[in-house]
Write a protein that binds this ligand. Structure first.
Ligand code: PEP
Ligand code: MN
Length: 352
């Protein structure tokens, strides 16, 4: 349920009403919009009568039921205002959100060694990326496949951050590793395979770094938003959703089916920023540029693209990784579309 306050409502009255809701056993959440303050109510609201609530203060404009099972993640709960996820990086503040330029996130699937991660970081930064991605802990289908270098790779990510000023996005698989990952990561990634690992979601929700929540490979949009709800309910308001392809009947030519329809669908359902990952979404480097361009045209807030200096030798996801040169070629093409939809940074001039 949401309680919309009238413009100019006194702070004391908002606090008094919130206290009253708390006394009823509900959890009130104050959301300050551009024009109005909204109090979101989470808890057992089914038996409450909106008209009765309206009577507790003359400053209440209206009381609405949130029909969706996800509350804090819903656009209604935010009274129609899209949220920004603001991330400080060494090179400056980067904002993910519907009213901001598309944020480019690029880098290898896994952090393999110092030379490759620093080289990749420099190249993607020069091409226009704001974040370096790279796994230290890798969720692999086979226990015999490369699992990531773990803690030592976190040190290499920190070195790449230091060398380039890029923000770092890296995945957490185990709650036991969260603290050391969050020391290095500017955004903590929860991968597709852990989208419904509820104890992990609660833990990332209870720490301060923004969270990138990838869609589970067989997750419906509501399951995905309920997973985001876990993080928001645990107290972390900074969640970015990432579509990375889902599993459909057809895996003959592409690894996954990249569901770009989530862009218009999620815009109706949620205020959270949306990233698209065409690398895992297609599984093949040759398909990545087309789907990256389509994502920008369809209004994504951010793109995650795997880039590796030598994809043929990559320890994971080589077939879907672009070379730095291919990434250099792609970014200006994205920029043309990005500018057309008024969502682009000024692309730096390449210096190498
Ligand atoms: C990744 O980002 O490298 C990854 C493992 O992604 P996903 O969880 O989407 O498969
Ligand atoms: Mn990968």
């Amino acid at each position: 349920m949401i309680v919309v306050m009238k413009v100019g409502s006194p702070e004391t009255e908002i606090n008094r009403i919130s206290q009253e809701f708390s006394d009823w056993g509900l959890t009130p959440e104050k959301i300050v919009g551009k024009h109005k303050v909204v109090i979101g109510l989470v808890g057992e609201t089914a038996s409450l009568d909106p008209l009765q609530i309206q009577e507790i203060s003359p400053w209440i404009e209206t009381v609405l039921r949130v029909e969706q099972p996800f509350k804090r993640a819903s656009l209604e709960f935010h009274h129609g205002e899209y949220s920004d996820v603001v991330v400080p990086t060494p090179a400056g503040v980067v904002t993910f959100g519907k009213n901001h330029p598309v944020v480019l996130v690029a880098g290898p699937c896994s952090v393999e060694n110092e030379e490759m991660i620093i080289e990749t970081a420099r190249r993607v930064k020069a091409a226009g990326a704001k974040f370096l991605r790279g796994g230290a802990y890798k969720p692999r289908t086979s226990p015999y496949a490369f699992q990531g270098h773990g803690e030592s790779a976190l040190g290499l990510l920190a070195a790449a951050r230091e060398a380039t000023g890029l923000g770092i996005i890296t995945e957490v698989m185990d709650t036991a590793d969260l603290e050391k990952i969050a020391e290095v990561a500017d955004v903590v990634q929860v991968g597709a395979r852990n989208m419904q690992n509820f104890s992990l979601l609660k833990k990332v929700g209870a720490q301060p770094k923004p969270v990138l929540l990838k869609r589970g490979m067989s997750a419906t949009i509501s399951e995905w938003l309920m997973a985001a709800e876990y993080i928001l309910a645990a107290g972390n308001p900074n969640v970015i959703l990432c579509e990375r392809g889902i599993r459909t009947f057809d895996r003959e030519y592409a690894r996954n089916t990249l569901d770009l329809a989530v862009l218009p669908v999620l815009r109706h359902l949620t205020h959270l920023p949306i990233m698209i990952d065409p690398s895992h979404g297609t599984g093949k480097a040759e398909y990545v540029p087309t789907m990256a361009m389509a994502s920008v045209a369809a209004g994504c807030d951010s793109l995650m693209i795997e880039v590796h200096p030598n994809p043929a030798k990559a320890l994971s996801d080589g077939p879907q990784s672009l070379t730095p040169a291919a990434f250099d070629e792609l970014v200006p093409q994205l920029a043309v579309i990005g500018r057309a939809v008024k969502r682009w940074w000024d692309v730096p001039v390449l210096t190498h």
